[in-house]
Design a binder for this molecule. Structure first.
Ligand code: AMP
Ligand code: MN
Ligand code: MN
Length: 327
């Protein structure tokens, strides 16, 4: 499915006319959310625009080294002074985790690559073919003839690297590598980025991985693999909740597994669920049904109940989705 409601050029022209821009992304941000926000913020500032970037959640440590990461505020500034509220890597007010109700639709622009998302704003660019929102931000900055300095390029490279699992997931395209090539031309050092992202782990995180792997269960005849992160494990190891962010790749890597699940205990009876598919099952629909969202092969939601109830709800939804995919 390809949904482009607006072209890159239309969005670029609109941004050229904007003066005061507030950049927001989804809460619990990943490398694409933060990398896109920082890359766009720095790019727009080159044109003398007043740009503020905010996110409802603090920037994860893994990407906090990016230039400008420390300037992303976690409180929503008064939106009155901004002619444009730019949503990146999400296209719905609610996903930001901020209360944006009452702000006129005309003030928003949204740029995203998630399917099954409505979009808000005077311009909505949703390209589900893009591997990362960072690819779209790069295209827009190129269209605006922005001077893409190394700091901007590095932020966008991190965005693309994150959402493609280091250029490995099935969303990786020729365009993804072309984008990376442009970014390397602008000074990105891939080995340095990799060292920051994966060669700089806290020992608490590795200790947490040991705990989490011991919870591995194979369900539905080995088609679904689940792992759990409990509050207790975080206490025991001294790790923080975001330390487990990509642990879902371990259950995913098991032979024969079609869907991998990571359940993270949030406290107050809530679990955040990460879902990853190895086959054609549509997880964006499964997640949507559970009140979340995401992509076909990578989606998430927050569900309530005991661990047992949460797992049962999830397995029911997955069984149905896998049957649908097979038929
Ligand atoms: P995660 O498992 O948290 O890495 O998320 C995988 C994908 O699903 C990302 O594209 C997220 O933006 C999306 N996602 C995760 N949780 C939610 C949610 N509660 N609502 C909408 N999308 C979500
Ligand atoms: Mn994201
Ligand atoms: Mn993304």
């Amino acid at each position: 499915m390809k949904t482009i409601k607006r072209t890159i050029a239309e969005v670029a022209r609109d941004l050229e006319g904007a003066a005061n821009i507030l950049i927001l992304s989804h809460e619990n941000p990943d490398g694409d959310a933060i990398g896109s926000s920082l890359g766009m913020a720095m790019g727009l500032r080159e044109f003398g625009k007043n740009v503020v970037a905010a996110n409802a959640t603090v920037v994860p440590e893994r990407i906090s080294w990016l230039v400008g990461a420390g300037e992303i505020v976690t409180e929503l500034p008064s939106t009155r002074g901004f002619d444009t509220i730019l949503l990146l890597d999400c296209a719905e007010r609610e996903r930001t985790g901020f209360d944006l109700s009452g702000i006129p639709e005309e003030r928003f622009i949204s740029i995203d690559h998630h399917p099954n998302t409505a979009g808000v704003g005077r311009k909505i660019l949703i390209d589900t073919q893009a591997a990362a929102t960072g690819e779209l931000v790069l295209e827009i900055l190129l269209e605006m003839s922005a001077n893409i300095e190394t700091a901007i390029a590095t932020a966008l490279y991190v965005a693309i690297h994150t959402d493609t699992g280091g250029f490995n997931y099935s969303n990786t395209t020729r365009m993804t590598h072309m984008s990376a090539s442009i970014l390397l031309d602008r000074g990105v050092d891939p080995a340095e980025v990799h060292r920051h992202l994966f060669g700089n782990e806290r020992r608490e995180r590795v200790a947490l991985l040991g705990e989490v792997l011991s919870t591995l269960e194979l369900e539905l005849g080995g088609r679904v693999a689940t792992c759990v992160v409990t509050k207790k494990m975080l206490e025991k190891t001294g790790a923080s909740p975001e330390d487990s962010d990509d642990f879902v790749s371990y259950p995913r890597s098991i032979r024969g597994v079609e869907v991998a699940v990571l359940l993270k205990e949030q406290g107050d009876g809530k679990y955040r669920v990460s879902l990853r598919a190895n086959t054609d099952v549509d997880l964006s629909l499964v997640a949507k049904k559970l009140g979340g969202g995401g992509h076909k092969k990578a989606a998430g939601a927050t569900i309530s109940g005991s661990m047992k109830e949460a797992t049962a709800t999830l397995l029911d939804a997955l069984t149905e989705a896998m049957e649908r995919a097979a038929s």
